[in-house]
Every structure is written in C-alpha cells, then in structure tokens.
Design a protein around this ligand. Sequence first.
Ligand SMILES: Cc1cc2nc3c(=O)[nH]c(=O)nc-3n(C[C@H](O)[C@H](O)[C@H](O)COP(=O)(O)O)c2cc1C
Length: 149
Amino acid sequence: MKTAICYFSYHHGNTRKVVQAMAQGRDVDLIDIAAQPDASLEAYDLIGFASGIYGFSFHPSVIDFARRRLPRGKRVFFVYTYGGAKGSGAKAIAKAAAEKDAILLGEFGCRGYNTFGPFRWVGGSGKGLPSQADLDRARSFFAALCPAS
Ligand SMILES: Cc1cc2nc3c(=O)[nH]c(=O)nc-3n(C[C@H](O)[C@H](O)[C@H](O)COP(=O)(O)O)c2cc1C
C-alpha cells in the first residue's frame, strides 16, 4: 500500500518526530507541506495528515493542502501533537477530508513540548515530549493501520 504522511511542524518539530517514528523502516513518503505545498497525492493509497495544534486546531495550511490536493475516495488518517488543550483537534481536517469522500481509518494524538505564550516564561510545558513511549504508541498505531508487507 503506497503511503504518504503530509505534515506541518514548526514549533519544536514535535509532530515531525512522531511521523518520523511512524515511518521509520517503513516504505512511507514524508511530505513537509511547508516545503512542498503542491505535492501530488494521486499515487498514494493511504494518506496521513499531521500537524501541531495551533489555536486549538490543525494549522490552516494543512486544511488548505487537503482541500487542494487530496484526491477523492482515499483512505486517510490524522496525527497531531498539542501542548495540553487540543480544542477541536482534528475536526477541521476531518471535515476537509469528508468533503473529498475520504475513508477515515483513525487518528493519533499526543502531547508535545510547548513554549508558546506564557509557557515560555516558565521554561515551557511538556519538556521531553513526545516521549519514547509516545513514539512507540505512534508506531503501533501506524502498524495497525498499515501492516508491513
Ligand atoms: C502559535 C501556537 C499556538 C498553539 N496553540 C495551542 C493550543 O491551542 N492548544 C494546545 O494544546 N497547544 C497549543 N500549542 C502548542 C503546540 O500544539 C505543541 O507545542 C505542538 O506539539 C507543536 O507541534 P510542532 O512542534 O510539530 O509544531 C501552540 C503552539 C503555538 C506555537
């Protein structure tokens, strides 16, 4: 099953760490949406969308990318990291995917190191997150969605 995970991760690379853990040793293309905003997803059977949570939601660039580039009827999953209040979490990306008749297989979220706003003055929250245990859970989540051939 040809798989891509399209991610946006700019705060501390927390989301990047999670998707890299999922992809490690697997035949998965990681697409950095900031670097490849027009990447084609036509060739993929399974597509992940991953983002930090910024202002209680996925980054708008991920939603915009899905609206522009997700072909109809693909299998999808969502991944996110957040500081402590994920708000609506994957709701906006789920809506964008539903508009393309996507088949949602699941979502994975975990906390990540956060120095946004007032947290910066106290050395941040969630230092050391995502943890190794989080990354192991991420790998298990992905392995269940997409067993190695
Ligand atoms: C501009 C900004 C807004 C954020 N808003 C939220 C939020 O609403 N809820 C939350 O739990 N964390 C929030 N965070 C923390 C991030 O979700 C968390 O650090 C995440 O792991 C960042 O992912 P990244 O390192 O992949 O960019 C925010 C961080 C930034 C920089």
